[in-house]
Design a protein around this ligand. Sequence first.
Ligand SMILES: O=C(CO)COP(=O)(O)O
Length: 245
Amino acid sequence: MRRLIAGNWKMNGLISSQAEIEALKGLTGGATCDIVVCPPFTLIDRAVEAVKGSNLVIGAQDCHAQSSGAHTGEISAEMLADLGVRYVILGHSERRVLNGEDDEIVMGKALAAHRAGLISIVCVGETRHERDEARALEVVGEQLRGSVPEGATSRHLVIAYEPVWAIGTGLVPTSEQIEEVHAAIRQMLKERLGDDGHLVKILYGGSVKASNAAVIFGLRNVDGALVGGASLKASEFAGIISAAV
Ligand SMILES: O=C(CO)COP(=O)(O)O
């Protein structure tokens, strides 16, 4: 399966950050994986223009569940597709925990993204407390079943396992912990999508760096990474991409 490496810039980047995308193009010409950069909404139009003709594509960090209407400040999946966006991150823990987004909201957004022709990167992951209570598989299973629409296919769905306690902390689960959760996600996808469940990419996210990427990519059912902080600098992000052989 061709690996996918996605960079989630979160709330970082100004117009001058375009230079990182230009540098990334120069560093990833020979990449053998799919590469997605997800800048803030304010930079998407310029970013789409900048990556034309390269092997980079642009994603967004969220979208609304409706296609249009009286939703002040929101951005629809159709608007993103209209700009040339290809992917959208949904259900990130920073939106689930901080903005109170529940599985039902995430599923509605995934349906909207599918309608607009976007590929959803649906995030799941347990908190430190849930991990310590040995409830990681239970929590991830609930999030997955609650967020992934019936009828979803590998053409429109990617899953990202991001343990909340590994995001931005420098902490990474053990290889056994990552493989256990990714295997459970794979099984749930097969139960929900049938044979196509084998084809849905499962990304790992949470303190991925150029120094640990090769080990993580060598684990079973790890088809790529969703990278936060390390995606902000082209040289570091390119180091992760080069490990995705
Ligand atoms: O939240 C993440 C990507 O969506 C992971 O962030 P870090 O790579 O900074 O831990």
